[in-house]
Design a protein around this ligand. Structure first.
Ligand code: UDX
Length: 436
């Protein structure tokens, strides 16, 4: 099948790559000329495990093309919209980029084309897109089809999530549209039909927000229990095993820590909050989850302050982890970056390390002085007073403990609860997790 993907961010780039891997001919379109030039030279704008290999192969085999031309992209009749929908100041999802796409498509789209929205969009956007084209082509028979197909991939495991999805949500009212969606997804995996869940466009749009909000709620809930564990001397790891073994609860997204960041959870929760308000509902859960998450950094920061019991101004602190989660170089809404901004005003020096996010972190922290980036995690540790772990990279979970002993204060603040406290204590290293 010939497919066009509009937008080469995380979702668009991964979708284009994976559909081409499945054998479809894909045109990936973006109006960012620099980005498309880079992609045509096989330079990826993001770090995502496995993505470069797929793109390189499909590009060389001419199943994946990159373009800035809507005219060229609209040769195909199956078109996915994967542009970003960032937060406005009031939390509402900003559909400016999506509307630009619709205007550009209106010039070149062919009769019989199918438009599929993968971007996370507020409920009602599907109806808006349909009425936009109904108005544009009021005097012309276009027979356009519309579908909502929200994407659930996670950064860091995006390729695997796309190729082995747990479910594919199809919000589409027409049987023909559903058939096209089956033809698109079938080559990825012959058994994929079992994973396709059909529903109305509005339900599909809301499902995405509901899923993200639910996962974020799990995280904030476990963070709340972790804080209580700190007070009463319980251990959140033990509590997690008790909770997680109950299949009604499930054991995922129960890791306490600095809280959730990234380009999706905070944005989508804010958009859901806005949507509920718009329909005169009281978004109590969403509001609390956001507030808890925002205060989690303060909780951890106060732990550091309390431990030292005095000013931090003579302290050199090493940071391991800058991205918002492991296996990505994405630092958008990263808890590590928030904490660095907060601490930088108070400490003598910060020594920072991330396996892949140093470059992006340098850009967002460019206004700070007295910070330094390192290419090796143990070089960053050298001559530091204490260590903060801010991202749950697997690499950090099994450190060379002898090297940790070189920390001047023999002190670790583990913002992701990934180290073994008992083992560290054997080396007389003081361990501070969250709820453990
Ligand atoms: C999320 C959704 O999981 C995905 O389905 C959706 O398509 C996009 O948003 P992503 O933002 O890539 O994906 O990362 P995710 O793995 O969900 O983690 C989000 C944040 O939660 C990270 O900051 C992570 O560190 C944090 N987290 C996750 C926890 O604090 N505890 C956990 O148990 C799990």
């Amino acid at each position: 099948m010939d497919i066009t993907i509009i937008g080469t961010g995380y979702v668009g780039l991964v979708a284009g790559a994976c559909f081409s891997k499945a054998g479809h001919n894909v045109i990936s379109l973006d109006t960012n000329v620099e980005r498309i030039n880079g992609l045509n030279n096989l330079e990826l704008p993001i770090f995502e495990p496995g993505l470069k290999n797929i793109i390189t192969k499909s590009f060389k085999e001419k199943r994946l093309k990159f373009s800035t031309s809507y005219k060229q992209a609209c040769v195909n009749k199956v078109i996915f919209i994967c542009v970003d929908t960032p937060s406005k100041k009031n939390g509402e999802a900003d559909l400016t980029n999506l509307k630009k796409v619709l205007n550009s498509l209106a010039e070149f789209i062919q009769p019989g084309a199918m438009l599929i929205t993968k971007s996370t969009v507020p409920v009602g956007t599907g109806k808006f897109i349909k009425s936009f084209f109904d108005n544009k082509f009021a005097n012309r028979e276009m027979n356009l089809r519309f579908c909502s197909n929200p994407e659930f991939l996670r950064e860091g495991s995006a390729v695997r999530d796309f190729l082995k999805p747990e479910r594919i949500i199809i919000g589409c009212d027409s049987p023909q549209g559903r058939k096209i969606m089956e033809e698109i997804y079938h080559p990825i995996d012959k058994k994929i039909f079992n994973k396709m869940i059909y529903m109305s466009v509005s339900s599909a749009e809301l499902s995405k927000y509901a899923a993200n909000a639910f996962l974020a709620t799990k995280i904030s809930f476990v963070n709340e229990i972790a804080k209580l564990s700190d007070k009463v001397g319980a251990n959140i790891h033990e509590i997690k095993s008790a909770l997680g073994s109950d299949s009604r609860i499930g054991d995922q997204f129960l890791n306490a820590g600095l809280g959730f960041g990234g380009s999706c959870f905070p944005k989508d929760l804010n958009a859901l909050y806005y949507l509920e308000k718009k329909f005169k509902l009281e978004p109590s859960i969403v509001k609390t989850v956001l507030a808890l998450n925002n205060s989690q950094i303060d909780y951890f920061y106060n732990k550091i302050k309390k431990h030292y019991g005095r000013s931090l101004k003579n302290k050199t602190i090493c940071f391991w982890g800058l991205s918002f989660k492991p296996n990505t170089d994405d630092v958008r809404d990263s808890m590590a970056i928030s904490l660095i901004n907060k601490l930088s005003k108070e400490v003598k020096y910060l020594r920072l390390y991330d396996p892949v996010a140093n470059k992006n972190a340098k850009m967002v922290l460019s206004s700070l002085s007295d910070i330094e980036f390192f290419e090796n995690m143990y070089d960053a540790l050298h001559s530091s007073d204490c260590l903060i772990i801010a991202t749950e990279w697997e690499l950090f979970s099994k450190p060379d403990i002898k090297k940790l002993s070189f920390l001047k204060d023999k002190l670790i603040f583990d913002g992701r609860n990934i180290l073994d406290a008992d083992q560290l204590n054997k080396y007389n290293i003081i361990y501070n997790g969250i709820g453990c």
